[in-house]
Design a protein around this ligand. Structure first.
Ligand code: OSB
Ligand code: MG
Length: 367
């Protein structure tokens, strides 16, 4: 395959409701889309970096800069495939979300040329995936209970509560009391606690949670291993796992017994699949995380979530949980599941007029 050029395009996507985590309040998604053009096809990738470097060090302006300055110019001139692209980008340290966006667009273009779906390429073993929903920090417990009730009514099969110091045991207790012990429930701290909070976190053991996600800082694997020995609730890592090597370290240290796989965080679908394979071989459950993606990123995540080792419901919610209007045809929940796209490549594409309406900036980079 040969690449003619790459388009970077920023779109502004208002969220249906503010999404509050321990690190930020998001009211709109500033999304960078990457479109790779070949003589026979085009492919799409979504960069999951946020506007500010608060979840990780990456941010949208930084992703644009590294793509324009280093990553796109480093693309192979001929014989382009996803492996060649991964090797060509490897010398540049970090910037995994930017690499993931470009790599996915190349893979999408190649699969479209071959008429093959991403799900089939990755080794999906199901045609639909069970979906959970990530529920932000609210101003009050009654507001939280209303939000959770709404999501359960829509059919979500698992609830994840965002927590932070001061919004931890009480919201979990309230959700358990109101909705019972059968609801699959987990929490995500986005690195807001430290080891001195271990006794407080251990109180979560009373509520039969599936897992506690990333309680401590991303670079604090040893502390996570300590915590895992102090509480019964399984410790799951998100921010700490940027590669298969990190996943191997976490497993051997005992820092995580479950891993949240986000293709953007680990640099792409090839690395995401390596983490899946490694965890499956070690009996470590994985699930597919989310970064408030549009339909472009969501389509590919749903394909990944259909791999056999993804044994827990993911944060792969329906389009309407995020956006009044998605940039693709919307993903709609059916009996708590999303269907894995079956068309070539990621199986969806932006609707031209919506893409135009949401676009705030674009740039064409000849290859
Ligand atoms: O930590 O999983 C996270 C959203 C943005 C950044 C980080 C996280 C999240 C979510 C929402 O929890 C996942 C989603 O619904 O896309
Ligand atoms: Mg998380």
């Amino acid at each position: 395959m040969r690449i003619t050029g790459v388009e970077l395009r920023r779109i502004a996507m208002p969220l249906v409701a503010p999404f509050r985590t321990s690190f930020a309040v998001e009211t709109a998604r500033d999304v960078l889309l990457v479109r790779v053009v070949t003589p026979n096809a085009e492919g799409w990738g979504e960069c999951v970096a946020m506007a500010d470097p608060l979840y990780s060090s990456e941010y949208v302006d930084g992703a644009v800069d590294v793509l324009r300055r280093f990553l796109v110019p480093a693309l192979p001139k001929t014989g382009v495939d996803e492996h060649a692209v991964e090797r060509a980008l490897e010398p540049f340290k970090g910037h995994r979300m930017a690499k993931h966006a470009l790599g996915t667009a190349v893979l999408d273009a190649r699969l479209r040329e071959d008429g093959r779906s991403l799900g089939r390429y990755l080794g999906a073993s199901r045609d639909r995936v069970p979906c959970g929903v990530s529920v932000g920090i609210m101003d009050s417990v009654p507001e939280l209970l209303d939000a959770v009730a709404g999501y359960l009514d829509e059919g979500y099969v698992r609830i994840k509560l965002k927590i932070e110091p001061g919004w931890d045991v009480e919201p979990v207790r309230a959700v358990r009391e109101r909705f019972g012990d059968d609801v699959l429930l987990q929490v995500d701290a986005n690195a807001a606690f430290t080891l001195v909070d271990a006794p407080r976190l251990a109180r979560l053991d009373d509520f039969g949670l599936l897992l506690v996600e990333q309680p401590f800082a991303h670079d604090d694997m040893v502390q996570h291993a300590r915590l895992a020995r102090l509480m019964r609730t399984p410790v799951c890592l998100d921010e700490s796992i940027e590669s298969a090597a990190h996943a191997a370290a976490a497993i051997s240290l005992g820092a995580a017994s479950i891993i949240n796989v986000k293709p953007g965080r680990v640099g792409g679908y090839l690395e995401a699949r390596r983490i899946h394979d490694l965890c499956r071989a070690h009996g470590v459950a994985v699930w597919c995380g989310g970064m408030l993606e549009t339909g472009v990123g969501r389509a590919a995540n749903v394909a990944l979530a259909a791999l056999p080792g993804f044994t827990l419901p993911g944060d792969t919610s329906a389009s309407r949980r995020y956006f009044a209007e998605d940039v693709t045809e919307p993903f709609v929940l059916d009996d708590g599941h999303l269907a894995v796209p079956t068309g070539p490549g990621i199986g969806v594409e932006p609707v031209a007029e919506r893409l135009r309406a949401f676009t705030t900036w674009s740039e064409w980079l000849p290859a």
